[in-house]
Ligand binder design. Sequence first.
Ligand code: SF4
Ligand code: SF4
Length: 658
Amino acid sequence: MARIGVFVCHCGTNIAGTVDVKYVAEEMSKEKGVIISRDYKYMCSDPGQNIIKEYIRLYKLDRVVVASCSPLLHERTFQNTVKEEGLNPYLMEMANIREQCSWVHKDRAEATLKAIELIKMSVAKVRMNEPLFPKRIPLERKALVIGGGISGMQAALDIAMVGHPVILVERAPSIGGRMAQFDKTFPTLDCAACILTPKMVDVRSNPNIRILTYSEVESVEGYVGNFEVKIRKKARSVDMSKCTGCGECMQKCPSRVDSEFDLGLGKRKAIYIPFPQAVPNVPVIDRAHCRFFTQGKCKVCQKVCPAEAINYEQTDEIITEKVGAIVAATGFDLSDPNDYSEYGGGRYKDVINGLQFERMINASGPTEGHLKRPSDGKEPKTIVFIQCVGSRDENLGRPYCSKMCCMYTAKHAILTKEHIPDAQVYVFYIDIRAAGKNYEEFVRRAIEQYGANYLRGRVSRIFEKNGKLIVRGADTLLRSQVEIEADMVVLATALVARSDAIKVAQMLGIPYDQNRFFTEMHPKLAPVENVTAGIYLTGACQAPKDIPDSVASASGASVKVCVLFANEELISDPMTAQINPALCSLCKTCVDLCPFSAIVEEEVKRPDGQTQRQMRVIDGVCHGCGACVASCRPGAITLKGYTDQQIFSEIESLASNF
Ligand code: SF4
Ligand code: SF4
């Protein structure tokens, strides 16, 4: 016969304010199998846990029920408490008499009766509990980082510096990401390349990091500690081992196309390196625009390449790797100009976005750092900046703030005045959100030191008249209409999720929000973790983030990876589903229902040498949610720790009172 101890917590007045805990403890001592029942003010405190331990020893208890708060908060605490006294942790049950009782009821008498019923159910269950033992799962201590921007590079460096191998996959021909396109960074006005390129060099020279640029992750299978990833390394058409980066090919290539890196403001060749400090410094042939690939003749680059590095026959390569953890650092996109018909919808050449402004003002950009109107190359004298374009806009279905537009617009205002001291700078804003360190001071500097004219209000329309852009809006502080004749307009357009965010989320098993940004496990307490174990998030794939926040979240994600890799192998929660092959009809309903893809069909060898198909639950993937158990018609699936018998015993305990 079981020897059960019941421990009822007051939780200060959280429980005791509504439930008569002393009476509850007295009533529980009358239950069959309950050897001792007592109450205490804070059961989770050290003295509270010591009471449990002492009573286990004193009364030779072999099962324990703790009636307190949600198991989400303290199940681990009390499992460890009983474990320290030699009991299997799964012989401890919790009855939640706080969230499910005292916090949701006011009537003390009824709440007390309900608490007793809840604890009786736990006593009924714990009688049926069996010891459970965690399984050991092998762990591949190698990480995959998807995205080679500032977040991905930081995460890769942090993990690699601890000594773990990292594969860094970047779809562009070079690592560097968005930050490589910036000119200066706020609020310090550091040259972006000066602080980014040393990091790129660190990544390139770290022997633990394998960089795969011009590559994309095609599939991810497996589970924490044991992911199998397939990466498509796209054909560069240039042999990386031979190329010296001399650039002869790019100079002689006759095909010129709009440069994506310069957002259409400049040109590149069909064989190109996106920017001078690119890593690797090896060109790639854009086959969609290469004359040889489109017209069957040219081969100029092959003729001029002194290293004989051009290889038109190169094909995509599929690389299969086993990794234990994955960091998603896939970044963001900018919203489409067509979204803003009132601002010309991308029709006016002199209405550009903030990133185009960055490229224009950058010394290695398309205008070599000179501010010029894209339409006629003249220096603009009146520039209007408009904040919150497409952000905080319910009509576009984007109610969120893009977070950094206030700051980079202030930076653009300062840089404009530094480049063209006599320029008139106007900034339309809804309100200024400058909550970072030294951010507010930076905006004040733009206004007070550089004389930027900040107008509080929305712009209703931009139209062209006599070669000028007419910006019509409202100044809500002066309560008047404003019309400004501008030479150039810069839109602080919304940061949006990557166009393929849903595809990536589905591949990795990451939930996403209504704006397609990836969702963390908990916004405050687990901001870089994910519901899928072993997959971590960093940077602007979660939400708009500036550089300091992106770097901080990257280091956070890499710490989580290193914590995981601190173990030789993984210990899995034993509360997982298991399938009885003798009852399983192979209908596979469970496979479709399992939200974690934890059930697989496999071929096994029978003792007679024949093979047979069989369903199996992968312990490391199963979260013990029970969805498959409820779906299995022949009743072949059992959830360890929640068997039918255990649940029926709880129901019977409750029903016996009615
Ligand atoms: S084959 Fe010709 S068009 Fe194609 S990348 Fe080489 S030089 Fe340029
Ligand atoms: S010419 Fe040859 S070696 Fe020089 S950058 Fe082009 S591919 Fe590389």
